[in-house]
Design a protein around this ligand. Structure first.
Ligand SMILES: C[S@@+](CC[C@H](N)C(=O)[O-])C[C@H]1O[C@@H](n2cnc3c(N)ncnc32)[C@H](O)[C@@H]1O
Length: 430
């Protein structure tokens, strides 16, 4: 394991951490803990593939789109924190369930000062650290050599106080981020509570807890529509076992999730009102939540250039010798749009299956604001794929289409991820 270098000077006791990555996992001692092992083993066994392989994936655009959502979310809340108080030189972030470090660049681009990355899967943490080291090396040779300092910790966030493994246990964070992962904690009440406690205890007063999780209501709604125990499409499948006609328990409502060359793992439904209550118990209050579709609609103006740069949409029709990711029938929505907009020669979109696999909402906690939780209606929207005019080579009419037609005429597909954003309410209680 490579040694960790420290460049963070003021609050962290460098001797105390002695340049080592920390790895601690509680051993499974009961049936309840065994799924953590399954999850860790799944993520540990995912091979690191190069960019070439990733770019050939059937779900490359969906991945890019999800990454765009995360980038926008992170940018938005870094900006909010910077507006609310002057932490421009010392932004501290805790990335819970960091995976292989897919968000490192996002933190770098937001000029954070110190980042702690924690994950259950040791190999993922090692790869995350390696990515950081490579980034640091590239950065040293660049014109602005300052990169945030970082710590890498292997730990189960649902079973222990993770800050016991941090170099400085007393530091607090401006942002705690938990992307596409919080739902693993809903295996049991104690695990969910531990996860929330880890987020809340490590946030400074006024900090934000941001994240993305599956939309349990949407999953259950789709399940009920099928009259079977599973549903899915070309790129994903959700499989329940047992009797799915009865109500699901608040915790331990397990399903198996398969996503084209990315995930094959047990997950748990997150009963959102319970999540809100748990968060409130630990001083966090919902500020806002939005499904990915709504978040996208709100942010697509601000993030239009980034959408293009991140190639978050596939160009339809394919051109320049490239092929579409999905079968022709996966793009009927795009065809229909182009028939109605004859001046539009190409549009940016995802295939129907990818849209179905990727819509979500955002939530946000704060004692200062009134909770705004999505209405039931929001979960019940019809599943209709959507699209955008191509961003990378815009012309006036395609941009006009983008601005005017997209949100009102069609909805993004309702699917199974949500984004949650929480704000620590400790300020008020102190
Ligand atoms: C879908 S990946 C998301 C990774 C990363 N946050 C991202 O957005 O790219 C889910 C991650 O959650 C981690 N995870 C699941 N359960 C966990 C737990 N109890 N404690 C810490 N990490 C966990 C997995 O090891 C995996 O790396």
């Amino acid at each position: 394991m490579s040694k960790r270098k420290r460049s963070d000077d003021d609050q962290v006791d460098a001797d105390a951490v002695s340049s080592q990555t920390k790895h601690t996992l509680l051993q499974p001692s009961s049936a309840e803990s065994s799924l953590s092992t399954v999850v860790a083993s799944h993520y540990n066994n995912i091979k690191e593939t190069g960019l070439d392989v990733r770019n050939k994936s059937r779900i490359v655009y969906m991945r890019n789109f999800n990454n765009w959502i995360k980038s926008m979310l992170i940018n938005e809340y870094v900006l909010a924190i910077r507006k609310e108080c002057d932490v421009s030189s010392s932004l501290r972030v805790l990335d819970m369930c960091c995976g292989k470090g897919g968000d490192l660049l996002k933190w770098k681009n937001n000029d954070v000062k110190h980042l702690i990355c924690v994950d259950l899967a040791q190999i993922s943490v090692e790869q995350c650290e390696q990515r950081y080291n490579e980034m640091k090396e590239r950065n040293t040779n660049s014109r602005c050599p300052d990169l945030f300092s970082a710590e890498f910790v292997t730990a189960d966030c649902t079973k222990m106080k993770i800050n016991e493994l941090f170099g400085n246990q007393d530091q607090s964070f401006d942002i705690v981020s938990c992307q596409f992962s919080f739902h693993y904690s809903f295996e049991s009440v104690s695990q969910a509570e531990c996860m929330v406690r880890n987020a809340a205890d490590n946030l400074r007063p006024g900090g934000y807890f941001i994240g993305t999780i599956p939309d349990a209501n949407d999953i259950v709604l789709r399940l009920r529509q099928t009259n079977t125990r599973s549903f899915g499409n070309d790129v994903f499948k959700i499989q329940f076992s047992g009797d799915v006609t009865k109500s699901f328990p608040l915790f331990g409502a397990r399903y198996d999730f398969f996503l084209e060359d990315a995930v094959n793992c047990p997950e748990f439904l997150v009963h959102f009102p319970t999540f809100v209550k748990l968060a409130a118990k630990h001083g966090l209050k919902l500020v806002m939540k939005e499904r990915f579709r709504d978040y996208f609609q709100r942010m697509n103006d601000t993030g239009r250039q980034l959408l293009g740069r991140m190639q978050a949409f596939e160009t339809y029709p394919a051109f320049g010798g490239s092929e579409l990711q999905g079968k022709v029938e996966e793009y009927i929505h795009a065809d229909e749009y182009m028939k109605r907009h004859r001046d539009c020669r190409r549009i940016g979109t995802l295939s129907k299956s990818e849209w179905e696999a990727t819509c979500k909402f955002v939530s946000n906690f704060s004692k200062l604001r009134i909770c705004s939780i999505c209405s039931q209606r929001a979960y019940q929207r019809e599943v209709i794929p959507s699209f955008l005019p191509v961003i990378s080579s815009p012309n006036v009419s395609s941009l006009r289409s983008l601005a005017t037609n997209f949100p009102t005429q069609r909805q993004l597909v309702a699917t199974f991820f949500q984004i949650h954003i929480f704000k620590s309410a400790k300020t008020e209680t102190q």
